[in-house]
Design a protein around this ligand. Structure first.
Ligand SMILES: Nc1ncnc2c1ncn2[C@@H]1O[C@H](COP(=O)(O)OP(=O)(O)OP(=O)(O)O)[C@@H](O)[C@H]1O
Ligand SMILES: [Mg+2]
Length: 225
């Protein structure tokens, strides 16, 4: 189980995240939604361990680094070809090339496996980074806006790849999204952030179809699900 207790994260004097308590159960799929600047990336970075809280504790089930797959909102491309970028996730494995190609195929990027990674478009870079994360089984998958730069076809492909991966590995999935419709398709629970605080937390259909908090209602107003 993942647990946050009395977590606060500040940037300068401003509080970006303030969460008294949050538990995430093994195998659940949690969508973190909320407007720009509401703290989605901050929460995911705290869970990934790339950011430390100013107060409180973040427990990610004592998982070793290798069991956590983290896709940053702005993923990084190493100056290698695309396939080698994915192979970086496969330190010990035999048949690295085959595994990396299979991961690239799942995100629709196999045709670019020999291309130079730092010449890819934004959407392609994001898909490559996702292939790097999905290349091997993990216990916890943290995806920060995994389809932010994807076109509609790519979005469908990526969502399917994520769902298949979650089903096959039984991993816990935490992802952020601007799109309630994506939260509907991928998650079992939704956490709606409101200026760094928990605006609402509950089962996906409950939160998206009959939101209780005024902030969630305001956020969902312009979306048709
Ligand atoms: N490194 C930083 N230094 C200063 N302020 C930061 C930093 N990172 C984030 N912030 C601020 O903290 C708040 C939360 O940022 P965060 O990136 O978590 O939001 P978000 O919900 O992911 O937004 P978006 O939808 O734009 O990705 C914002 O007001 C942002 O300006
Ligand atoms: Mg963000």
């Amino acid at each position: 189980m993942i647990e946050l207790v009395n977590v606060q994260k500040r940037y300068d004097a401003r509080i970006a995240l303030d969460i008294p308590q949050l538990s995430i159960e093994p195998g659940e799929r949690l969508a973190v939604i909320g407007p720009n600047g509401s703290g989605k990336s901050t929460l995911i970075r705290l869970l990934a361990g790339v950011l430390a809280p100013d107060a409180g504790t973040v427990q990610a089930g004592n998982l070793p680094r290798g069991e956590i797959g983290y896709l940053p909102q702005q993923p990084y491309a190493f100056d290698l070809n695309v396939q080698k970028n994915v192979e970086l996730a496969l330190a010990g494995e035999a048949e690295k090339a085959k595994i990396a190609q299979a991961a690239l195929e799942r995100v629709g990027l196999l045709h670019l496996s020999k291309a130079r990674a730092n010449r890819l478009s934004g959407g392609e870079t994001q898909r490559m980074a996702l292939a790097r994360v999905l290349a091997r089984p993990r216990k916890l998958l943290l995806l920060d806006e995994p389809t932010a730069s994807a076109d509609i076809q790519a979005m469908e492909l990526i969502e399917r790849a994520i769902l298949v991966y979650a089903d096959q590995t039984g991993c816990t999935l935490v992802f952020s999204s601007h799109a309630p419709s994506q939260a509907m398709r991928l998650s079992t629970r939704v956490l709606a952030l409101d200026s760094g605080k928990i605006g609402e937390l509950g089962e996906t259909a409950q939160v998206l179809q009959s939101p209780q908090a005024e902030s969630t209602r305001a956020f969902l107003k312009s979306w048709r699900i």
